[in-house]
Design a protein around this ligand. Sequence first.
Ligand code: SF4
Ligand code: SF4
Length: 346
Amino acid sequence: MKPAQRPMELSIRLAKYMLMQKLKGRKRFPMVTMLEPLEMCNLSCVGCGRIREYKSVMSKMMPVEEALAAVEESGAPIVSIAGGEPTIHPQIADIINELVRRKYFVYCCSNGLLMERVMQKVKPSKYFCWVVHMDGLEEKHDESVDRQGVYKKAKAAIQKALDTGYRVCTNTTIFRGSDVEDLRELFRTMTEMGVEGCMVSPGFDYEAVSDREQFLLRSESEEVFKKILDPKRSEGIRFYNNPLYLNFLRGEREYQCTAWSNPTYTVMGWRMPCYPLADEHVGKVSEVMKGEVWERYGVGKDPRCANCMMHCGFESATIFGAITSPKDWITLIKSGAISKSGITAS
Ligand code: SF4
Ligand code: SF4
């Protein structure tokens, strides 16, 4: 099946937005708003930090007006809705429809179980894309999400979304013990179904998760990604992440994290400092942008950052890095990848 194309307007809008921020002299600014309108989920994945960190506010649902105000406050042209499972939120369609009406590019991360319910209320649009969590083929995925039958339901939801005309991507988290062959087969299957692309990222070592053994060290992640992304063996697979980030995952490039560009708004406020770490929650997005915060966080600064390679911190870093490197900028433009700035959740 012919895949939906990432809209050209997205790349143009993001490039224009970045230029405007630079002209305004802003050193740090949001590129993607990570919006978590709830933390509740209908699954209990073994590597999920959110459902463990936010136990005390599990039933809290963010009002529509609050969600929209957070997106406006951030000002980033891309919004990634995660959580928790966004499709459980009773007003998720209202949030998506209003953001689409305001021409934000909205990515809604889902485990696929309740997508059809939302499809009845949200029309396909170039401004809206599903991002479905897939951690392997049937056996591996069901093991990862700790429930049988989820792979089949998620795959059926992807098919239905594609048939209905939605843009669809997948998002895969890599853990210690992830089966490289199984993952390649998953990516091939998804590509053949017609998804726009498969996103990959190593899992983050969440302190709230009891089995910390499943999370990879940085050197281990690089070894696994060298295998997964081996060009000779991944031919025909459409990855969504930009080529510079894929090089970074293979250990071929080094970056400092720019997670301030993906500020995360939750039912408790803005996570500080970043999507993976929540040392505190603050009331204003501008607090996440402060230079003094980033003197404390990032590789070589906080020990918890040592093994982090997540797209929220480093895919955006590849874009900012490319601004000062014409060669890298050309690589991004050629691959149509300027818009891939770390839009997904875990
Ligand atoms: S990883 Fe996603 S699908 Fe799994 S429990 Fe967490 S929020 Fe739910
Ligand atoms: S490296 Fe960046 S994104 Fe990763 S945990 Fe540290 S501050 Fe957060």
